[in-house]
Ligand binder design. Structure first.
Ligand code: SF4
Length: 290
């Protein structure tokens, strides 16, 4: 189940239209969120994802600090809910308290989507992201110390108007340094009304297309290597249904939100079961029932 905990955004990244279209941050009150999660639990949902443009600033519009970590702890207490995820987190607002809460609470999956956008501090500043490469790496270091099995995913924009080949090289190098399990990558396109839409692009379309292909090739290699670390593990999988690509297989997701296919039957749908991971591919894991 998906539960929206807040609306809007205060950040005004120079490429993004959201603060203009959806307005400033408004957090839902804790009780109504918990009631919605309890309703989902009563209907048999086992996993919830808390959603917001920037969940790390949940409650700040009411003058509260670290309210998101406290909300997560409350959601963890709801019976029947066994897995909790959230997105998106803005690196500017993520707190150590949140990372500690993730590490301490069993039900919160050790999976973090932390949008990076660029590995170049200069481009991050041009994007108005309010963090630089060093700050981002500091968060990753702390998170990995607290959760050695952490699965990290991110968003990357290629071809922001001020991005040069050197800046793109910084993005490639940070992706290798961090080791993201997967990335959501986009070629920059201007949004009318935003600051960046007024800027000429310093790169040609051909240069940007080439960067994008390079990014995908490099990330595929990283994703595959990181998937290998699951081989041999027995992991909890929430079974979703029959595999779309192979009707003989059932499919579900592990704590890292990775797809796991295995031989089984429909009676397992909705259950969290142990699966031994036997083979890793770039986008999918295969396993067998334990
Ligand atoms: Fe807000 Fe995200 Fe848009 Fe930045 S990219 S303005 S954080 S919604």
């Amino acid at each position: 189940g998906f539960v929206s905990i807040m609306r809007g955004c205060n950040n005004f990244c120079h490429y993004c239209i959201v603060p203009y279209t959806r307005g400033r941050e408004r957090s839902r009150d804790v009780e109504s969120i918990l009631n919605e999660v309890k309703d989902l639990s009563a209907k048999g949902y086992k996993e919830v994802t808390l959603l917001g443009q920037n969940v790390n600033s949940y409650g700040k519009d009411r003058g509260e600090e670290d309210a998101f970590a406290s909300l997560l702890r409350d959601v963890c207490k709801i019976e029947g809910i066994e897995r909790i995820r959230f997105m998106s987190s803005h690196p500017r607002d993520i707190s150590e308290k949140l990372l500690e809460t993730m590490a301490e609470e069993e039900k919160i999956c050790n999976q973090l989507h932390l949008p990076l956008q660029s590995g170049s501090s200069k481009v991050l500043s041009d994007m108005n992201r309010h963090y630089d490469r060093e700050k981002y790496m500091g968060i990753v270091k702390k998170a990995k110390e607290l959760m050695p099995d952490l699965s990290l995913t991110t968003d990357i924009i290629v071809g922001f108007p001020t991005e040069t080949d050197k800046d793109f090289g910084d993005t490639l190098s940070i992706l290798r340094e961090v080791g993201f399990d997967s990335i959501f990558s986009f070629i920059y396109s201007p949004r009318e009304g935003t600051k960046a839409a007024e800027w000429e692009n310093v790169s040609t379309k051909e240069e940007i297309d080439k960067r994008f292909r390079t990014l995908l090739d490099q990330q595929n290699e990283i994703s595959y290597k990181l998937n290998l670390r699951h081989e041999g593990n027995v992991e909890k999988v929430l079974v979703e249904g029959q595999s779309k690509t192979d009707p003989d297989m059932m499919t579900g997701r592990n704590y890292a939100n990775k797809i796991v296919n295995f031989k089984g039957d429909e009676s397992l749908i909705g259950q969290i079961i142990d699966v031994k991971i036997t083979k890793a591919q770039t986008w999918i894991l295969y396993g067998e029932l334990k």
